[in-house]
Design a protein around this ligand. Structure first.
Ligand SMILES: [Zn+2]
Length: 206
């Protein structure tokens, strides 16, 4: 009886690990602010965006309170679709982390945040669950362009002993105070060239 219970517990734990990897942090509540308040806050942040109708696909992807974000205090290389709370988190990341840290560590402003995708209806690597990208809660950043035109690439500047590396790593750490999950080139090979930032159900800072 006891052995059976232990076996079940072990299977549960192993199953749990397989299910949550690599997001094996602690549970984080999904932010669900009042949609109108979120839009007002986003507008007040100085972001430029347009409201979209809610997204819902037969595959299970959905984004409520969706926006197409066009720029923050810093520019975006191209518009990005995401939920309003994700856009608001990105605006906070830009104004509270990316921009002041660029001044502090590099003596520069930030001209453009280069991303390689926010909303994207796809599964996670396990092929079973919808990616946080499919729920409008995630964005992948591959480079930060400074005021002087220098482009700091996650792929090239994440490792080293330069001020660029210090800046990118401090900024990723700062992202952890705003987003739930932050994956970097230090996390795994899949993130060798970008930062994945999301407001999904797991809190973990890599
Ligand atoms: Zn991602």
């Amino acid at each position: 009886m006891l052995r059976g219970a232990l076996t079940l517990l072990l299977l549960f734990l192993l199953g749990g690990c397989a299910l949550v990897a690599p997001e094996t942090g602690t549970r984080a509540p999904i932010p669900k602010p009042d949609p109108a308040q979120c839009l007002a806050d986003l507008r007040a942040s100085g972001a430029r965006f347009r409201e979209l109708t809610d997204i819902s696909t037969p595959d299970g992807c959905q984004v409520a309170n969706a926006v197409e974000l066009q720029r923050l205090a810093s520019g975006l290389n191209r518009p990005a679709t995401m939920s309003c709370p994700t856009a608001l988190a990105l605006a906070r990341f830009d104004s509270a982390v990316l921009r002041p840290m660029a001044k502090e560590y590099l003596g520069q402003s930030v001209r453009t945040i280069h991303h390689v995708g926010a909303y994207d209806c796809r599964n996670q690597r396990d092929g079973k669950r919808i990616s946080q990208h499919g729920l409008g809660r995630a964005i992948d950043l591959w480079a930060i362009e400074l005021g002087d035109g220098t482009i700091l690439k996650i792929r090239d500047d994440w490792r080293g002993k330069t001020a660029r590396t210090t800046y990118l790593r401090k900024a990723a750490k700062g992202a952890c105070d705003i987003f739930h999950l932050v994956l970097t080139p230090s996390s795994d090979y899949d993130h060798k060239d970008h930062l994945h930032l999301d407001l999904g159900p797991w809190k973990r800072c890599w």
